[in-house]
Write a protein that binds this ligand. Structure first.
Ligand code: FMN
Length: 203
C-alpha cells in the first residue's frame, strides 16, 4: 500500500496553482487504498532555525536542555512523517527565483544529521533512501527551459537537497507562464493536469 506525503507551501489558499495541482497529483497517487498525509506549511507555521535548534541537533537527545528539546520536537515529528512516506509530492510557487520560505523552513527541519542523512568516512550519505519525490512548481514566467532556466533556483535546489537525503526527484510538473494573461494561465493549468494524468497512469 502506498504512503504519500503531500507538502504544500503557498499562502494563496484556493487561488494557489501549486496547491491545487500538487493535491490532485497526491490524491491520484494515493488512489482508494493508499494513505495520504497532508502537511500544509501555511497551517503549520514553522519557526526559523534558531540558536536552541542549532545547538540541540548536535547533541544526543538525552543531553538536551528542556528548551533545546522543545526546539527540535516539531522537527522530530516532521522527520518521522517524511520517513513514513514512500512518495513525497511537494508544491511551491517560484518566489523570487526560489521556493516559498515556508518550504525552505520545512527543509531546514527535515534535513537532520543522524536522522535523514549521515556523515561517514566516505562523505555524506542520505538515510531517506527508496523514496520518490515529485515537485509541482507554479511560476509567473517560463523557467523549465529557454532563457529563464538559469534563473530557476527552485528545481535545482530541491533536487540537490532531496538527493542529499537519498530521495530521488523523479519529475517536476510545471504550471508556468501564468502571468502572461488568462489564456496563458489556462493553458498552463491544462498542460499541468495532463502531466498529472500521465504520471498517475505511470505510477
Ligand atoms: C512574492 C512573490 C514573488 C514572486 N517571484 C516570482 C519570480 O521570481 N518569478 C516568477 O516567474 N514568478 C514569481 N512570482 C509569481 C508566482 O510564481 C506565481 O504567482 C505562482 O502562481 C505562485 O504559486 P502559487 O499559485 O502556488 O501560490 C512571485 C509571486 C510572489 C507573490
Amino acid at each position: 500500500m502506498s504512503s504519500i506525503l503531500l507538502v504544500t507551501s503557498s499562502p494563496r489558499g484556493s487561488e494557489s496553482l501549486s496547491n491545487a495541482i500538487a493535491t490532485e497529483l497526491a490524491e491520484k497517487f494515493a488512489g482508494e487504498t493508499g494513505t495520504l498525509v497532508r502537511r500544509d506549511l501555511v497551517e503549520t507555521q514553522l519557526d526559523h532555525v534558531d540558536g536552541a535548534f542549532t545547538t540541540a541537533i548536535r547533541k544526543p537527545a538525552d543531553a538536551r536542555t528542556a528548551e533545546e528539546a522543545a526546539s527540535v520536537a516539531t522537527s522530530d515529528a516532521l522527520v518521522a512523517e517524511l520517513m513514513a512516506a514512500d512518495t513525497i509530492v511537494i508544491g511551491t510557487g517560484l518566489i523570487n527565483f526560489n521556493i516559498y520560505s515556508s518550504l525552505k523552513s520545512w527543509i531546514d527541519h527535515i534535513a537532520r544529521a543522524g536522522l535523514t542523512f549521515s556523515y561517514t568516512e566516505n562523505g555524506p550519505v542520505g538515510l531517506a533512501k527508496g523514496k520518490k519525490a515529485y515537485l509541482v512548481l507554479a511560476a509567473g514566467g517560463i523557467y523549465s527551459s529557454g532563457p529563464g532556466a538559469p534563473m530557476n533556483h527552485a528545481e535545482p535546489y530541491l533536487k540537490t537537497v532531496l538527493g542529499f537525503l537519498g530521495i530521488e526527484l523523479v519529475e517536476t510538473v510545471y504550471v508556468e507562464g501564468v502571468a502572461y494573461g488568462p489564456e496563458a494561465a489556462e493553458k498552463a493549468v491544462a498542460s499541468a493536469k495532463a502531466k498529472v494524468e500521465e504520471l498517475a497512469r505511470a505510477a
